[in-house]
Design a protein around this ligand. Structure first.
Ligand code: ATP
Ligand code: MG
Length: 253
């Protein structure tokens, strides 16, 4: 199983959009994908029309309940969900006094080894707190969405510093799967400049797939459907299928 955290503490940089639509595009290729929603906002949980335990992610971090009891279905075949709930915002308090709280998720997810899930995709909140730290310690790969709407690279530098520290101290296996340029509008000079800057700074770590600005991605959550179900031929569906192919190709295991 490949474990991929999708993180960037910049709010609204398309983390959730990436998790939901990459999961659906991988599942379309008959891969079994488990989505772990670690954001108390629960956007991925809602978008995937999750059924089953409503606070799976919180219990995963704070409880000892068996993992398989925390996994629910989504509206998409081959996609399972561990659902987020508001109480994830209080994880830090709930874990006060416990040992090694940065690696709780890693220990809990070790039970997934040998199960039939091909991918675990982790959606994270727009903070670098204990929850995101757990995601980075538990993952082998990190996918970093960057919107080209606004210049976001200063936040990326902070994230990379944290990643370097985690690699040194807590999780030497963590690798950058790639930077994913999102909301790319080829008509604007600004979008092009950000993309160029990203490539200059991070070279081949920037994925060759880019996700273009597409209104269907803003519409699809209201219908609780990944975009490839909502409008299978739109630009966004083409882009996320291309992302799935590239992610499969860039295997780190
Ligand atoms: N390619 C795109 N085209 C158009 N809109 C997009 C695209 N990607 C994302 N969006 C929109 O941008 C907004 C932010 O996206 P999203 O919720 O995925 O970001 P996020 O990083 O998960 O945010 P948060 O940090 O709050 O969790 C949403 O309204 C989403 O619909
Ligand atoms: Mg989100």
């Amino acid at each position: 199983m490949r474990t991929i955290a999708v993180a960037n503490q910049k709010g609204g940089c398309a983390k959730t959009t990436t998790v939901v639509n990459l999961a659906a595009a991988l599942a379309e290729k008959k891969l079994r994908v488990l989505v772990l929603d670690l954001d108390p906002q629960g956007n991925a949980t809602q978008w995937l029309n999750a059924s089953g335990p409503v606070d799976g992610a919180f219990r995963l971090l704070t409880d000892t309940q068996p993992l398989d009891e925390l996994i629910g279905n989504s509206g998409t075949p081959n996609v399972g969900v561990i659902a987020a709930s508001q109480d994830l915002a209080n994880v830090e308090k709930a874990l006060a006094g416990k040992l090694a709280i940065d690696s709780i998720l890693k220990r809990r997810l070790s039970k997934l080894a040998g199960t039939s899930w091909d991918y675990l995709l982790i959606d994270t909140p727009p903070t670098l707190g204990v929850v995101t730290l757990n995601a980075l310690v538990a993952s082998k790969e990190l996918l970093i969405p960057v919107t080209t709407h606004v210049l976001t690279l200063s936040g990326v530098a902070q994230l990379m510093a944290l990643v370097a520290e985690i690699q040194e101290v807590l999780n030497p296996e963590l690798e950058i799967l790639g930077f994913l340029a999102s909301r790319v509008d080829a008509r604007t000079k600004h979008s092009k400049e950000v993309l160029e800057l990203l490539t200059e700074r991070f070279g081949t770590q920037v994925l060759s797939t880019v996700i273009r600005e597409n209104i269907r991605l803003a519409e699809a959550p209201s219908y609780a459907m990944p975009v490839i179900e909502y409008d299978q031929n739109c630009v966004a569906s083409v882009d996320y299928r291309s992302l799935a192919k590239e992610v499969i190709r860039r295997r780190k295991e």
